[in-house]
Write a protein that binds this ligand. Structure first.
Ligand code: ADP
Ligand code: ASP
Ligand code: MG
Length: 469
C-alpha cells in the first residue's frame, strides 16, 4: 500500500494510561497525512504475569493463580479508568473483562488438569496484546482517530510450532490484503496484536518472546509499507546495552545485516527475526524512543553509506545453554551424528547461536537460547535414544554457566589486528575464552565465556574499540 507507515509500540511504551496516550498522539500525528497500521505489545510485565499465572495453575497453586489474576485485572482496569470515562469506560471495560475472563477460563482448566499444554499456553498468552489493542483504540478515539482493534490470529498465518512459530508469508499476505487493506484504504487505523498468529488450521500460536517486533516487520512486508517505526524505551540501537555500559552511544544508521547480528546475539532492542521479512523489499526501519520522540533514533537501512573501519557495537546474552554431543564409539560417523542432531534442532525452530567441533573426537557443541533447551533436549534424546541406551554416545551435556558476547560491524571486514586487540582486551580482564566463532562474512566475532565474566568482557571490548560517545 502506497505510503503506509507501520508503527510498533513495545511493553514500556504501552506501560500505563499516560504512556498509551503518548503513543496514541504519535500515531495521530502521522495518521493525519498517511495510512497507519499500529502493532502493540502487551503492557509491560503483563506477558510474564500471564505465563506465571499458568505456571502456578499447573503446579496446583490456586491462591497464586488468583493473586495474579487480580493483578492483571487491576493493571488493566487502572489503564481503562485513566483513558476513558462514562459510557466509553463501561464499554471498554466490558471488552477487557471478556478477554480477562477468557484467559481465566484457560488458566482454571490448566489448574484442573495439572498440565500446561503448549497450545493452550499460546491461546491464552496473547491476551496481553489483545487487551492492549482495545486500550490503544480507545486512546485514539479520544484524539478523534478511528482505530479498529484486530486480533492477528485472524491475519498472521504460521506453522504449528507453539511458542516459537514461523510465519507463512504468502498466506499472511492474502489475509492481510483481504482484511486490512480495505480498512486502511478507508482511512481507519488498524491496531493489531503483536506476538501472535494462528496455524493454517486455525490453532492460535505465538512467535516467541519479544515477538511483537517480528509481527510488525511481517505486517510491513505483506502490506508493502513505506517505513516501519519501532518505538521503544531507549534512544535507538546503541553501541552496547545501556544497562551494562554507561557510555554506550546511539548509532545513527546501521545496516540490516548489522542489526540482525546484534539482535541474534542478544541486543533485546530488536527481536532476532525482525529484519528477515524486510530484506526483499528493502523497507527502512527506525528504532525510536517513545519517551523522547524528538530524538532522531536509529535508521536501519539495506546498505551502509560508509561502513567505516571499526566495530559498531558489542552485545551479549546470558540466558543461553552450551549443548555438547560426543560419540562414545568409533563405529558412529561423527558427521552423520551432527546431521541428525541438526535435523532435530530444526524441527523445534531453535537457532544455533554458535557452533564448534572437534574433528578428532567427532564431538561438537552448539549454543542455543535457554528457552529453547527443553524442546531441543527432548528431540535429541529421542533422535539418539538407541545410541544413548547402548552407550554408543556419551550422555548429552548441557552447560548453563556460559554467556555469549559478539562484536559486530560491517567495517570489521579485513581490519587487520582487530581480533587480536579484542582478545587481548578480554584476557587483560582475566576472562577465559571457551570458544570463538567468526562467520565468513567477517561481520561478527562471537565469543563464549563463563556467565560471570560476560559484563566485564563487554565493557573491556567497548572501551578498547572506543565505541562510546
Ligand atoms: P520493547 O518492550 O519496546 O520491545 P525491549 O525491552 O524488548 O523493549 O528492548 C529495549 C531494551 O533493549 C532497552 O531498554 C535496552 O536495555 C535493551 N538493549 C540491549 N541491547 C541494546 C542495544 N545495543 N541498544 C539499545 N538497547 C539495547
Ligand atoms: N509481549 C510479548 C513478550 O513479552 C511480545 C513482545 O513484547 O514483543 O514477549
Ligand atoms: Mg522487545
Amino acid at each position: 500500500m502506497k505510503n503506509l507507515l507501520v508503527m510498533k509500540f513495545g511493553g514500556t511504551s504501552m506501560g500505563s494510561a499516560e504512556r498509551i496516550e503518548a503513543a496514541a498522539r504519535l500515531v495521530a500525528d502521522q495518521a493525519r497525512h498517511r495510512p497507519v497500521a499500529v502493532i502493540v505489545s502487551a503492557m509491560s510485565k503483563v506477558t510474564d504475569l500471564l505465563l506465571d499465572s499458568m505456571k502456578h495453575a499447573e503446579g496446583g497453586d490456586e491462591q497464586g493463580l488468583n493473586e495474579r489474576l487480580a493483578k492483571l485485572a487491576e493493571k488493566h482496569s487502572e489503564a481503562c479508568a485513566g483513558l476513558t470515562e462514562g459510557e466509553e469506560r463501561k464499554q471498554l471495560w466490558s471488552r477487557l473483562s471478556s478477554i480477562l475472563e477468557e484467559f481465566e477460563r484457560i488458566a482454571r482448566g490448566i489448574l484442573m488438569l495439572g498440565e500446561r499444554p503448549p497450545r493452550s499456553v499460546d491461546e491464552a498468552v496473547a491476551a496481553g496484546e489483545r487487551l492492549s489493542t482495545f486500550l490503544m483504540a480507545a486512546a485514539l478515539r479520544k484524539l478523534g482517530v478511528d482505530g479498529v482493534a484486530v486480533n492477528s490470529r485472524d491475519v498472521v498465518v504460521t506453522d504449528s510450532v507453539f511458542g516459537n512459530a514461523s510465519p507463512m508469508i504468502e498466506q499472511t499476505r492474502e489475509k492481510a490484503q483481504a482484511l486490512l487493506a480495505p480498512l486502511l484504504s478507508s482511512g481507519r487505523v488498524t491496531v493489531l496484536t503483536g506476538f501472535n498468529g494462528a496455524s493454517l488450521n486455525g490453532r492460535p500460536t505465538t512467535l516467541g518472546r519479544g515477538g511483537s517486533d517480528f509481527s510488525a516487520s511481517i505486517y510491513a512486508s505483506v502490506l508493502d509499507a513505506q517505513e516501519l517505526w519501532i518505538w521503544t524505551d531507549v534512544d535507538g540501537i546503541m553501541s552496547a546495552d545501556p544497562r551494562l555500559v554507561k557510555d554506550a552511544s546511539v548509532l545513527h544508521e546501521i545496516t540490516y545485516a548489522e542489526a540482525a547480528e546484534l539482535a541474534y546475539n542478544g541486543a533485546k532492542v530488536l527481536h532476532p527475526r525482525t529484519l528477515a521479512p524486510l530484506v526483499e523489499k528493502g523497507i527502512p526501519v527506525w528504532s525510536k524512543n517513545s519517551f523522547a520522540p524528538e530524538k532522531p533514533g536509529t535508521r536501519i537501512v539495506p546498505k551502509a553509506a560508509a561502513p567505516g573501519t571499526k566495530p559498531r557495537a558489542v552485545t551479549s546474552m546470558t540466558n543461553v545453554a552450551l549443548v555438547s554431543i560426543e560419540p562414545a564409539s568409533a563405529v558412529l560417523n561423527g558427521t552423520k551424528v551432527m546431521a541428525r542432531a541438526l535435523e532435530g534442532l530444526a524441527a523445534t525452530n531453535a537457532e544455533i547461536l554458535a557452533l564448534s567441533s572437534s574433528s578428532y573426537q567427532q564431538s561438537f557443541s552448539f549454543l542455543i537460547r535457554q528457552t529453547e533447551l527443553p524442546a531441543v533436549t527432548e528431540r535429541l534424546e529421542e533422535a539418539f535414544s538407541l545410541e544413548l541406551t547402548h552407550g554408543y554416545m556419551h550422555p548429552i551435556d548441557v552447560d548453563l554457566d556460559v554467556g555469549l558476547l559478539a562484536v559486530v560491524g560491517e567495517g570489521m571486514k579485513g581490519a587487520a589486528g582487530l581480533a587480536g586487540r579484542i582478545f587481548t582486551a578480554v584476557s587483560r580482564e582475566k576472562v577465559n575464552i571457551i570458544s570463538i566463532a567468526q562467520g565468513s562474512s567477517e561481520l561478527t566475532i562471537a565469543i563464549v565465556v563463563r556467565k560471570n565474566d560476560v559484563e566485564k568482557a563487554v565493557r573491556a571490548i567497548h572501551a578498547e574499540c572506543a565505541l562510546g560517545s
